[in-house]
Design a protein around this ligand. Structure first.
Ligand code: ADP
Ligand code: MG
Length: 701
């Protein structure tokens, strides 16, 4: 048989065979020997550190104990059935408890034997216990693989365990795998990089990640492999960006002309903030390079992204192009349209609105004007991307609140002209730098990090439910001053019924406190037909109602400057970015605005941190950073569709420094050697040739 390599299917590894191969594929997505070696430990147990039972304490996160299994018995009935063991060392006795896989565990343990156990201690009725501990039969040191003091722990599953692939079993396989491919194992990074960054070589790293020879080498291996993972992601992203620039020509906007200037001098009702000026300049520069622009503008709610978009569109028009702007909902599109129309006045350019409810006749006229080129700016919803909508010469596309759109929809806009239009994507969901560098590593990013002057920061307070009467009193005062109030209830994903229950229960007490005819209430929730929803929203927008009671449907975009109070019920149930988005619905007018976070008295530690963060700061980027630390990258809003966030060893919440280092290096490499022709970059060129054959721009903007 040919020599085995990392590319060899896993079933050919000694000790695996078809059945184990099958379960490895299903449970761990391990198809080759190389895949197996990429299954890294998630933790290491320091074999030199044992605790005595007497020292255990329920506040400990985890402890390792060496002792003897004294007894094992099943207790309880049916669903309450569990397995309890007595475990003893020379200082005391404790319980080990299992609730699942009882018969399997019973079979695999031997009463009277010595074990090393690991788990989180807890205390119940004065008795210390560990639930579902990791168990390892104690053996003399020499029987272990190597002489490690740091023992790796791999995550396993019940199915894997049935094939003896618990953490120990996986480690044994890793040993065989390493031995099998050891001699053919190639370095993946250029040697000069290793040296400059003081990184461990690949072979040593693979050895020490699975079999750390000591703690220091283990840390060096982890660092090396994290660096490698982040480095190659950045290499791919920045290569894509580079190819994109080379491949897709862009319209050149050479002039800042009449319309832009007319708007700036005659119509713009306020001075631009420095951040707005900077971003407009970035866009202008980008649109004159001959390459297509793909730019993401991040700016907190209220930072004034719309006017930046408008001035960019005027730039396109001055250069003989049309522009369009797409928003995720009809309400938002309509608001943009009305707002922009008013800002523009009569003379500067033509602007129209196209949504799902535009009547057929008006729609036909719009289609015609677009094709003739007499319509300059089109604002709309998804209706914009329909194939029927054809432009004479579209040069600039704005997408507002980008995370609401699928990748496919964005790609469609690219195809609206022979040379794709410049793309400006705007989001009010700030993304921490590490995430942005990874999710949007191939886009250019602008940040509007300054609010217009004179804006009063929203005051945020946290109240418990039993303080509700005070909140009602406060609402009454604000309404008496002529303001409007939002009350938002959480959307319970699992159960829309629950949702409504919350809303209905809340409404009942609300209507007692705010009786007709003095107060009028709009109600909006997910189960309502779109038409009714819009009707209710419009009543609030027009000021016909004072209170808007809603589930989170109001999250995106609605602009009611007169609304000055946002009450969020059960606020502990919301994620941070959602809370921040909701808060952004107020504070849009000249008046002092407030956000009231209601919660139950029982708060989890994380829930408390979220609410405290909201009270402490209005800065969306700071909030996003806390969110990332609390939840990890995969769960942040807007990141779900991004496969690049699935990593084997790096962690975007923790490895910011390594990421920045890797990205800077990649940038440097491309600057010095754009096409990776130098000898020392051959490995990288080879990697890129293998991993990304063609770029798919559908995935880009
Ligand atoms: P967002 O970034 O959330 O989309 P908008 O573009 O809707 O924010 O702007 C919020 C409000 O601030 C609008 O009423 C807008 O007219 C106003 N605005 C924008 N830029 C400025 C500025 N430089 N000075 C004063 N007000 C501004
Ligand atoms: Mg906006």
């Amino acid at each position: 048989m040919a020599e085995l390599s990392t590319a060899t299917p896993i079933e050919y590894l000694k000790g695996v065979g078809p059945q184990k191969a099958d379960v490895l594929k299903k449970e761990l997505q391990v198809f080759t020997i190389g895949d197996l070696l990429q299954v890294f430990p998630f933790r290491y147990i320091d074999r030199t550190k044992f605790h005595k039972i007497r020292e255990l304490h329920p506040d400990m996160i985890g402890a390792q104990v060496l002792g003897r299994l004294m007894s094992l018995k099943e207790v309880g009935e049916k669903r309450g059935k569990r397995l309890i063991a007595a475990f003893k060392d020379d200082t005391g006795i404790m319980e080990l408890v299992w609730f699942q896989s009882l018969s399997f565990i019973k079979k695999s343990l031997t009463v009277g034997s010595a074990y090393i156990i690991y788990g989180k201690p807890s205390e119940f009725n004065g008795m210390l216990s560990i639930t579902h501990p990791e168990m390892e039969r104690y053996q003399q040191q020499e029987k272990r693989i190597g002489n490690m003091t740091m023992q790796p722990v791999y995550s396993s599953t019940e199915k894997l365990k049935k094939f003896n692939l618990d953490s120990k079993g996986i480690q044994k396989l890793q040993q065989v795998a390493l031995e099998t491919v050891w001699r053919g194992m190639q370095e993946t990074l250029p040697p000069h990089l290793l040296e400059r960054q003081k990184l461990m070589g690949y072979q040593q790293a693979m050895l020490n990640i699975h079999f750390p020879q000591n703690e220091q080498l283990m840390h060096a291996a982890i660092r090396r492999l994290k660096f490698e993972e982040l480095f190659f992601i950045q290499l791919r992203l920045l290569r894509n960006k580079q190819l994109n620039t080379q491949k897709y020509k862009g319209h050149r906007f050479t002039e800042v002309g009449e319309k832009f200037n007319a708007f700036f001098t005659e119509r713009l009702p306020f001075p631009l903030t420095n951040a707005q000026k900077r971003v407009i300049k970035e866009i202008r520069t980008d649109c004159n390079t001959g390459a297509q622009m793909n730019r993401l503008v991040q700016g907190d709610v209220g930072s004034g992204k719309t006017v930046v978009a408008l001035m960019s569109m005027l730039l396109a028009i001055d250069n003989g192009f049309q522009a369009c702007m797409m928003a995720p909902t009809e309400i938002l599109a309509t608001q943009h349209y009305l707002g922009l129309k008013e800002l523009l006045g009569e003379d500067i350019c033509t602007i129209k609105l196209l949504t799902g409810s535009t009547p057929a006749k008006a729609r036909r006229i719009i289609h015609q004007e677009l094709e003739e080129g007499t319509l300059d700016i089109l604002i709309g919803t998804h209706a914009l991307i329909e194939d029927k909508v054809k432009f004479k010469n579209i040069g600039f596309v704005v997408i507002d609140e980008q995370h609401r759109f699928g990748v496919e929809q964005r790609a469609k806009l690219w195809r609206k002209n022979v040379i794709p239009p410049h793309m400006l994507v705007m989001t009010a969901t700030p993304i921490p730098r590490t995430l942005a560098m990874t999710m949007y590593g191939d886009l250019d990013i602008s940040v509007i990090d300054e609010l217009p002057a004179g804006r009063k920061p929203i005051k945020t307070v946290h109240f418990f439910e039993n303080q509700r009467l005070r909140v009602f009193g406060f609402m009454r005062e604000e309404i008496a001053k002529g303001r409007q109030v939002y009350i938002v209830y959480p959307l319970i994903k699992e159960s829309e019924k629950m949702d409504l229950l919350f809303l209905e229960a809340g409404l009942e007490s609300l209507m007692r406190e705010f009786p007709l005819p003095n107060y009028k209430i709009s109600i909006v929730h997910g189960k309502m037909p779109v038409k009714d929803k819009d009707f209710e929203m419009q009543r609030f927008v027009k000021g016909e109602t004072q209170i808007m009671v809603a589930t989170t449907v109001i999250e995106v975009g609605v602009n009611v400057p007169n609304a000055s109070v946002m009450v969020i019920e059960n606020s502990e149930r919301f994620g941070l970015s959602q809370l921040h988005q909701l808060r952004g619905r107020v504070g849009r007018g000249a008046e002092q605005s407030f956000c009231v976070l209601m919660s139950s008295n029982k708060l989890s530690k994380e829930g408390r941190t979220r609410l405290e963060t909201m009270v402490r700061t209005n800065d969306g980027f700071e909030i996003a950073e806390v969110d990332l630390q609390l939840r990890g990258p995969g769960d942040l809003s807007g990141t779900q569709q991004s496969g690049v966030l699935e990593m084997k060893i790096a962690d975007l919440a923790k490895d910011q420094a390594i990421l920045a280092e890797a990205r800077n290096l990649v940038i440097q490499i491309f600057q010095e050697d754009p096409n990776l022709l130098q000898e020392q970059h051959q490995r990288l060129a080879h990697y890129l040739n293998r991993s990304s054959p063609a770029i798919s721009w559908d995935k880009i903007s």
